[in-house]
Design a protein around this ligand. Structure first.
Ligand code: ADP
Ligand code: ZN
Length: 657
């Protein structure tokens, strides 16, 4: 059973996904496509299926027209035998004949039945006159009053037909190719339509500053860049140096990519983007040359913005890092980036923006003047910012009058732009699923649960397990309320979600940037409260508290090893930052003895906190059990119910100070 708190991060939903790597472009002017060199061996003809279908269709059409005309009227005439023809002549049933060489074409007066079952009737006929001697047919015909015509053997073909059949196919083909050339520009025969489709059909709407909210300080710092891109001459005339590289740093999902896109969008310049980690992984051995290609393209399109996401993937300090495979690759790619940036003449007009959530591990060489010498910090939004971001993302969403975005913003401390976008989207999805035309506050509340607590899972839980879960979660809630009374316990639930059987959500009322020791101990006590409650009520514990233990160990180790909150260790940083980043120079020099001391101190803190939790719950056992009972009955409790059940007053206004 685990607990969420305000720091749990919803993985930002990836909104860019991969058309052919290694980089993406948007906002290029309509000019020859920026395709990577085409694979050799592609012939002169397009590979697009549509081309071949059109060609085939035209050829077929041509053939039909030709055979229709070339067959002439002959095709519409039935062949009759010469003797039958003579019979009809004798019967006076022939109206008119035309002799064409040895053939006779003509029409009957009344339709003649032909064939075995006389199923076909014929008016227009054609027959061949045998050369068996002169049967004086002309006399008979004239005697019977038949109109007789003659036509020369080489039947004159009308001029337009000649033209059509002689030149038609050629003209059609040539026309087709001309159209293609026109549409695709040069080179279209080899990559016809592809790049064009990319630019027009797949191009996302360009971002502007109107799409960015809640990170105004970062935005302000980039406005100057927009102005430069719009009026480069003004700056150049004054000899001002324009930054070549700007480093955006901040947690994932705060909008760094969005901000970079917005700069390009506002300035109306092309936006080249690449993700450094993709770059390294994808093209082993050619990373450096691809960097060169990319810079080449960008310079050609200048003024332009180039955006390198996850710069730390290639830009981490050279002395550290994985060191195993891919190391050289990374280093070469990094070197190439540095070389390219150094090589910019002042007027190149390409500004490189890069994003990282771990600026501290970057190679210092990247941060030298002329490279990423500007540093813009993108912080998670505060309550006002969250409200603005919610407003941006609900622009297209019809909201009920009861929706209070300010309240939603107040209840989402710690969420970043990507989380908030996700929240709005979930609320809209819920409203749609509930067949409503607009989104109401309840949709937001439920979406929040889903996003924060995970989706409810339909698994069967035995009654005994369910009861134990209720006790466990109530233990978290009661200790949480007692230890950190300022942070409201917003939700307790024993509906299984994700990997856990239950959840207790205690979120800070306001945005917090610093934690003191008492607060952190409070968190540890609260997190151990579930296990303590089980021990108190049942006399034993289950495996369910595993993730609780991991979480408290992590907090305690940081208190001791990084934040100097242990008297024994003193104010010494002896632990690396979380993740695989390097220690700052000199920090990794801890002795095994110190490490042991750290372990002892962590243990001491956790033991003390566990005793505290047990004591608190023993003192307030009635509250614990009251809450557990209500929870068994209702499964999920919101803030007012929780406080009513335990008989404590809710912390003051739940909005930020
Ligand atoms: P990052 O690059 O910092 O990880 P992104 O720019 O990729 O974050 O953010 C992902 C999405 O979240 C954006 O496309 C946008 O829809 C939303 N988002 C993030 N931050 C903001 C913000 N400050 N204002 C508006 N939308 C945001
Ligand atoms: Zn727990």
């Amino acid at each position: 059973m685990s607990d969420s708190d305000s720091t749990s991060r919803i993985v930002p939903e990836e909104d860019r996904q991969g058309p052919p790597p290694p980089w993406r472009v948007e906002g290029l002017p309509d000019e020859p496509p920026q395709l990577a060199p085409r694979p050799s061996g592609v012939g002169l003809l397009p590979r697009e299926p549509r081309f071949w279908i059109i060609l085939l269709g035209l050829l077929l059409l041509n053939w039909f027209i030709y055979s229709w005309f070339a067959g002439g009227q002959g095709t519409a005439r039935a062949r009759v035998s010469y003797s039958q023809f003579r019979t009809e002549v004798d019967a006076g049933n022939v109206e008119e004949v035309t002799s064409v060489g040895s053939a006779i074409e003509g029409s009957f007066l009344t339709p003649v039945k032909l064939g075995i079952d006389a199923g076909v009737t014929v008016v227009l006929f054609r027959t061949e006159r045998p050369s068996l001697g002169d049967d004086k047919v002309i006399d008979v015909l004239l005697a019977k009053g038949v109109t007789v015509n003659a036509q020369s053997l080489t039947r004159p073909v009308p001029f337009w037909q000649n033209l059509l059949f002689g030149f038609g196919p050629t003209v059609l083909l040539v026309g087709l190719f001309v159209v293609m050339f026109r549409r695709g520009g040069a080179g279209a025969l080899t990559g016809m339509g592809r790049s064009r489709a990319k630019r027009v059909d797949n191009e996302p709407k360009r971002a502007t500053f109107a799409d960015v909210a809640g990170i105004d300080e970062a935005e302000d710092e980039l406005i100057e860049i927009v102005d430069f891109l719009r009026n480069p001459e003004r700056y150049q005339r004054l000899g001002a140096t324009i930054p070549r590289g700007v480093l955006l740093s901040g947690p994932p999902g705060t909008g760094k990519t969005l901000l970079a896109r917005a700069v390009a969008g506002e300035a109306g310049v092309p936006f080249f983007s690449l993700s450094a980690s993709e770059f390294v992984e994808m093209i082993v051995g050619v990373g450096a040359s691809r960097v060169r290609d990319l810079f080449e393209q960008a310079k050609k399109a200048a003024p332009a913005i180039m955006f390198i996401d996850e710069l730390d993937a290639i830009g981490r300090a050279r002395s550290s890092g994985a060191g195993l495979g891919g190391h050289d690759e990374r280093e070469q790619t990094l070197n190439q980036i540095l070389t390219e940036m150094d090589g910019f003449a002042g007027a190149a007009g390409v500004i490189v923006l890069a994003a990282t959530n771990r600026p501290e591990i970057l190679d210092p060489a990247l941060l030298r003047p002329g490279r990423f010498d500007r540093h813009v910090v993108v912080n998670p939004p505060d309550i006002v910012g969250r409200r603005a971001i919610l407003a941006v993302h609900s622009r297209q969403v019809p909201l009920d009058e009861d929706v209070d975005l300010a309240a939603v913003a107040a209840s989402t401390p710690g969420m970043v732009g990507a989380d908030l976008r996700n929240l709005v989207n979930e609320a809209a999805l819920l409203a749609a699923r509930r067949h409503r035309g607009s989104v109401c506050q309840a949709d937001f509340t439920d979406a929040f649960d889903k996003v924060m607590l995970g989706t409810a899972r339909a698994i069967t839980v035995s009654p005994a397990e369910r009861e134990r879960t209720a006790v466990h979660e109530s233990g978290h809630a009661v200790t949480g309320i007692l230890m950190n009374p300022a942070d409201p316990v917003r939700k307790v639930s024993i509906i299984p979600r994700g990997a856990s059987l239950g959840v207790t959500l205690q979120a800070p009322a306001a945005d917090r940037y610093d934690y003191d020791e008492a607060y952190l101990r409070g968190r540890i006590v609260m997190t151990l409260g579930g296990r303590a409650a089980e021990e108190l009520v049942y006399g034993n514990v289950t495996t369910g508290a595993e993730s609780d233990l991991e979480k408290v160990t992590q907090i305690a180790r940081q208190m001791v090893g990084r934040w100097g909150m242990s008297a024994v260790i003193g104010p010494v940083a002896v632990l690396p930052r979380p993740g695989d980043g390097p220690l700052l120079p000199g920090v990794d020099a801890t002795s095994p003895r110190t490490q042991e001391l750290v372990d002892d101190e962590v243990r001491r803190i956790l033991d003390e906190c566990y005793v505290t939790a047990l004591g608190l719950l023993a003192d307030h056992r009635d509250r614990l059990e009251a809450l557990a009972r209500l929870l068994l009955e209702r499964e999920t409790l919101d803030e007012p119910d929780i406080y009513a059940a335990v008989g404590f007053a809710r912390p003051g206004s739940s909005t930020a100070s």
